[in-house]
Structures are given as structure tokens and as C-alpha cells.
Design a protein around this ligand. Structure first.
Ligand code: DHB
Ligand code: MG
Length: 225
């Protein structure tokens, strides 16, 4: 049995025991497949992890970079209390259209706002507008620009904001300092920025499961000193 088969089996075993059947999330995933989109969404267990983190923080304002079909967005938005808000940034109109349909069907349209276009631009607008800081930020968009996004998400944070970044391991390819893959290079530069960052306390957790071998970086925003 390959390692990946084992990861798949264990993820299925755990999800069957720990997660309730969820028609809304299943529909989101099947629409993603029908639209010909690759399986880039977080796994079900990872989605539940994000939901638990958001609930534990009592997050009222959540920012997501990279909506895709809205699967992780739904997990996160369900953690919001009455009056809470999630802003999710998406470059591709086709993805945003699909995600909006999923949010409508999930009954979450009142809590979720999709902002279309490049994340860098959307965040600059929010920074210039002086929007209230976010409590939780999930970075899961193009990895190439993670280094640019890092300083922007810090500007949209307050001391105590938790930032989680997806895909920081990529099958271990992240340690290849010769990699020509722009996504790997982007994440490597991003991780270099975390080293001794004055505003962040950081860690990373390696993960295996039905999305293969990857990992989350987690950064807690500190007060300015
Ligand atoms: C890719 C992107 C993701 O955010 C992810 O979780 C897995 C794969 C990708 O671009 O291939
Ligand atoms: Mg991802």
C-alpha cells in the first residue's frame, strides 16, 4: 500500500467518525469537480480544524485569500457569530461565480463577501480604507505572492490576530533551494520573512491526508514594540 493510499484511508476513517455528513459541503465539492477545477480545496478534516480555530478565537471578522469554490470559506463562515463577517478574495470570476452560488445555497451570503480581482489590490484598498482588523486570516491563494501578502495581512491585523497559511510543505519540495517552481520559491521567501519577524510568533505543522503531504504555517501577530 502506498503512503498516499494510507493517508487517504486514514483521512476517510477519521472523517467518518469525527465529521457529520454534510450535504452543503458535498455539493460544493461535487460542483468543483463538475466545473473541471482541480482538487485544491482543504480536506474535510482541515476544514473542521479551521472552523474549530475560528470558534475558539471567537473570530468575528475573518479574511481569506483565495476563495476557489468556497469550500474552506464555508467551514470558516459557519464559525462566525451573528453579525460576524468573512471577506474572501478571489482573482478568477468563474471561481467567484461558483463560490457565490455555493454561499447562497449554504445560507451564508449575508456573512460572506467575495471581493474579486488580485488579492494585493483588494488588500491595498482595505488598508487605505482603514477597515477594522481581522481576527483570523487564512492565506490560500497564489503562493507566488505570499511574500507580498504577508506584510499586507499584518497591516490588516491587530495584536492577537492569527494568520494561517496553507501549502507550506508541498510534498517536502519546500526544502529544495534550487527549485525553479515559482510557488515553491514564493513560499520559501515567505518562510524566510517569518524568521525573526518582529511582529510574528510563528510555527508550521506538517500534514498528511487526502491532500497528500503538505503543511500549515501559523503566525500569531504580536504588539508593535
Ligand atoms: C494547489 C493550491 C492549493 O491551495 C492547494 O491547497 C493545493 C494545491 C495548487 O496550486 O496546485
Ligand atoms: Mg491550499
Amino acid at each position: 500500500m502506498s503512503s498516499q493510499d494510507k493517508f487517504d484511508d486514514v483521512d476517510a476513517y477519521l472523517a467518518e467518525r469525527l465529521l457529520p455528513e454534510d450535504e452543503t459541503l458535498n455539493t460544493t465539492l461535487s460542483r468543483q469537480t463538475e466545473a473541471g477545477l482541480p482538487p485544491m480545496a482543504v480536506s474535510a478534516l482541515q476544514g473542521a480544524f479551521l472552523n474549530i480555530i475560528a470558534q475558539s478565537l471567537g473570530a468575528k471578522r475573518i479574511l481569506e485569500l483565495g476563495t476557489f469554490a468556497g469550500y474552506s470559506t464555508i467551514w470558516l463562515a459557519r464559525a462566525l457569530p451573528e453579525g460576524g463577517k468573512l471577506i474572501t478574495l478571489e482573482l478568477q470570476d468563474v471561481n467567484a461565480d461558483l463560490a457565490q452560488r455555493n454561499f447562497d445555497d449554504a445560507g451564508l451570503s449575508d456573512r460572506i463577501e467575495i471581493r474579486r480581482g488580485p488579492a494585493e489590490k483588494s488588500m491595498n484598498i482595505m488598508i487605505n480604507d482603514g477597515v477594522a482588523p481581522f481576527d483570523l486570516i487564512f492565506m490560500d491563494s497564489d503562493k507566488i505572492n505570499y511574500p507580498i501578502y504577508l506584510e499586507q495581512v499584518i497591516m490588516l491585523s491587530r495584536p492577537g490576530t492569527l494568520i494561517i497559511a496553507d501549502n507550506v510543505v508541498r510534498d517536502g519540495r519546500i526544502t529544495d533551494d534550487q527549485s525553479k517552481d515559482p510557488s515553491i520559491r514564493g513560499v520559501r521567501t515567505f518562510l524566510d520573512q517569518l524568521k525573526n519577524h518582529p511582529r510574528l510568533t510563528s510555527t508550521a505543522i506538517q500534514t498528511v491526508g487526502d491532500k497528500g503531504y503538505d503543511g500549515f504555517a501559523m503566525m500569531l501577530v504580536n504588539a508593535e514594540t
